[in-house]
Design a protein around this ligand. Structure first.
Ligand code: CA
Length: 370
């Protein structure tokens, strides 16, 4: 279903649900036949993120609060942070089994199950957040990624975006390709694969393990997301060189995973409430980061002795060349991966031509500091 139709249906059904429930509360018991079609439903949600990272974790709370409001409190979702029910890297299989009905995660955590799941989140040098939403809602992104999640008995809904991430924190400068040889860096997923080809000794550590590893010198560099989250994790206390951009995560989309059996049992207006709430959470996270990152960046630069440094063109060019080789190699061994990649790249190419004229030209003039 295309986005315009989806939004209209979701809004109408959600409004209808609220009206039915609202009328029911004014009726005497027995006169409220409609309310019997709206059962009480209690779900649990498990997140891949800790409560302390309030923006990325908060999307799950936006979802839960909105669903409850849209259904007059009859459909509730209890939200659990990573580690309370299951560790953050087990969200997909937990929803698949139906142990919980909904999860919130980043699909590139699960590329070990299927490398194509990266397209539900981000790939290096891929779509930015705006392009990603356009591909998911109006292009073929949602349909293609739902095809992947069908194997896991899951329906995915877009559930937030960080925007272009930062490249992370480095104890020493990395200006040339040779500076990456032997560097020990925390970086997961596809970006880690590219870094490994650059000679980096790649370490995969969860959020809470990064700071102690950096402090003890077990790693020389680490990346997480952007100024707002990174400041909370404290990396700037150890490594003062803050590189940009995070070319491996140009617009990572988070996702809500809904267990398909649980979804199919929902009344139509609850489904619509869930879809509308997810769409709101999707927009809300990006707006939140776009408002909070500048404030955190100012603190880091003005009071913490942090220096921002761009990755050199030499490094960016080589990383993109390696990325293309990895994408081609995956596509050669998996027809589904190839089909999604071709669709994604065609969308990106067309979008880039338009954004080069519009956003890029405008940003180049207004953001260049001139
Ligand atoms: Ca990251």
């Amino acid at each position: 279903m295309k986005r315009r139709q989806f939004v209209r249906n979701a809004s109408m059904a959600a409004a209808g649900g609220a009206l039915v429930a609202g009328c029911a509360s004014d009726e005497t018991e027995g006169g409220a036949a409609a309310v019997q079609t709206n059962p009480r439903v209690s779900w649990r949600l498990t997140s891949s993120f800790p409560r302390s990272l309030d923006t990325i974790f908060g999307a799950a709370e936006v979802l839960a609060n909105r669903v409850s409001e849209l259904t007059s409190g009859r459909f509730t979702i209890r939200v659990f942070p990573a580690g309370e029910l299951v560790p953050g890297n087990q969200v997909l299989e937990t929803v698949q089994k139906g142990t919980v009905q909904v999860g919130h995660s980043a699909s590139y955590y699960f590329t070990g199950l299927n490398p194509a799941l990266a397209f539900d989140c981000t790939v290096p040098f891929g779509l930015n957040a705006r392009q990603f939403n356009a591909w998911m809602y109006y292009g073929d992104g949602l349909e293609l990624t739902r095809g992947l999640f069908a194997d896991f008995n899951i329906i995915n809904l877009p559930g937030g975006n960080t925007g272009v991430q930062m490249g992370g924190w480095f104890r020493e400068r990395v200006d040339t390709l040779s500076d990456f040889g032997g560097l020990k860096m925390r970086i997961p997923g596809f970006g880690g694969q590219v870094m490994a080809e650059l000679g980096v000794n790649v370490q995969v550590l969860s959020g809470g393990e990064i700071y102690p590893a950096l402090e003890r010198g077990v790693i020389d560099a680490a990346e997480w997301a952007g100024p707002y989250d990174d400041e909370k994790l404290g990396f700037h206390q150890i490594a003062k060189n803050y590189y940009y951009p995070g070319w491996w995560e140009p617009g990572p989309g988070l996702s809500f995973y809904i267990n398909k059996d649980a979804w199919e049992k929902l009344p139509a207006d609850y489904k619509a409430a869930l879809e509308a709430a997810a769409a709101e959470a999707n927009v809300d996270m990006l707006a939140g980061y776009d408002a909070k990152n500048p404030v955190a960046l100012a603190r880091l630069l003005d009071t913490e002795d942090v220096t921002m440094r761009p990755f050199s063109k030499e490094v960016m060019d080589k990383a993109r060349e390696i990325t293309r080789e990895i994408l081609s190699s995956e596509a050669a061994s998996d027809p589904t991966y190839r089909r999604i990649l071709e669709n994604y790249q065609a969308f990106q190419q067309a979008s880039n031509r338009w954004l080069r004229a519009s956003e890029h030209t405008y940003a180049d003039f207004t953001l260049s500091g001139g």
